[in-house]
Write a protein that binds this ligand. Sequence first.
Ligand code: ZN
Length: 549
Amino acid sequence: MTQLRISGGAVYDPANGVDGDVCDVCIADGRIVASLPDGAPRLDARGMVVMPGGIDIHAHIASSSVNQGRRLLPEEHTVDPAPAPALVEGEARSGTGGTIPSTFTTGYRYAGLGYTTVFDAAVAAAGARDTHAQLDDTPVIDAGFFVLMGNDAYLLRQIAAGERDRARDYAAWLLGATGAYAIKVVNPGGVEGWKRNVRQVQSLDDPAPANGVTPRAILETLADAAHVLRLPHPVHIHCNNLGLPGNVATTLESMRALAGRPAHFTHLQFHAYAGGKGKAWASGATQIAEYVNAHPEVTGDVGQVMFGDATTVTADGAVEYLLHASSGRKWVNVDVELETGCGVVPYTYRDRAAVASLQWVVGLELFLLSADPWRMVLSTDHPNGGTFMSYPELIRLLMDRTWRDERLKGINQKLLAGSALADGLAREYTLGEIAIITRAGPARQLGLARKGHLGVGADADVTIYSRNANIAEMFATPRYVLKDGVLVVEEGQLRRAPAGRRLHVRPGYDAAVTRDLERWFDRYGTVSFANYPVAGVRDAAVEAPAISR
Ligand SMILES: [Zn+2]
């Protein structure tokens, strides 16, 4: 039996109401336990900060789109080689970094930041096998993914025919067949429309050209499916009109369309712009924060933009075409059969640029105006708004107003008139609140009962930081990181890199849908129905209860 007592640290465990209290955290066989015998091995954490391992609710690390991005950007590989770390146990691999690190390097770097659970937020069903293979090569972190459904031809056909129960059965089947964790919607109906030359969705009631299905119907069907199937995470929504001025109206309309239903709205920064149609861009963050504050069924993550290099990777093919056209940067587009789209464009957010500066401000406003940190958690939509390696700098911006105001003075002011941040926001996040937006909050939103806290029975994923007046330095280099009770980072160095677990669901469905799907695959699929499901998705299935009929 492997035991460890982490003793004397200031523990931040908001799910259990612990806010900087000095107490011991006891670990036995990979889990948190109430106590250990006096002679148990001890890790001296006196003077240090102890938190659960970090949880990334929305990143792009292992999809076929991410691989497209790796292929598109060889120049990143040469400037950021990642030699194999000097592990004390097990084999290590070299790789490359940049905005889209290679698989092993992704696992090593997340672990080096104290993150132990990560979700890839957009996987095309046809690419699920590839994603599992990539995740098998991404060590340390427990991982899962969200499967794209918002522009899926079979799903849209069921909605068009008024067969919402069958649409739900399909969603349940697809989650299990791909080994996914949650339902993802990207630009509902808009990607399918864009493939047919419809430039953008004007309202939630626009009928799609091929089948008359509206974005509203797609949102309702999939939000209800996630709810009825009792999935651990509600429908995960990337709204229509990402990145366009004036899109705050679309975002609020989408939230109202699902009022009363649990729903997660992702990278809200990219969906919170006022202005448009002859008016200058402006921040719409106040409107979004006010809506979220008043509606406890809504959760979100921010999708903060950080200055520097990024790579935009999304199923929203339409957006990527516009970004390529406006930036002149290179671009790849992929049509994923009948399921979804994909686009990749590298991008640099410059603090001298007006729009990038506005985006930076909008994200920070969402953080600072959101009343409930449990429901507005940290993300940069890695690598879209910035990479996960920029999280420590983002945490500093949230905790250190002096630093934030100094940065604010140095950016392009052109579009900042009337913004709440420019008018002065005094709020500074506490360490307890940081523990919420990077650990406890994502765990609650994702329905992960054993993650994001340090109570008895939790996975022993623990991050220990040395205190440092420079918050960014403190969060960039944890002193110790434990994964399932194993010390993976010691004295700031990665020492072990065990395999992580896969998190996925397998909800029940009416088997009649599979007979219909066989006919669908025979007519339209390039893969046969029998070969489509991913076999042997390993361990840690989070079983959603079978639905009662
Ligand atoms: Zn994303």
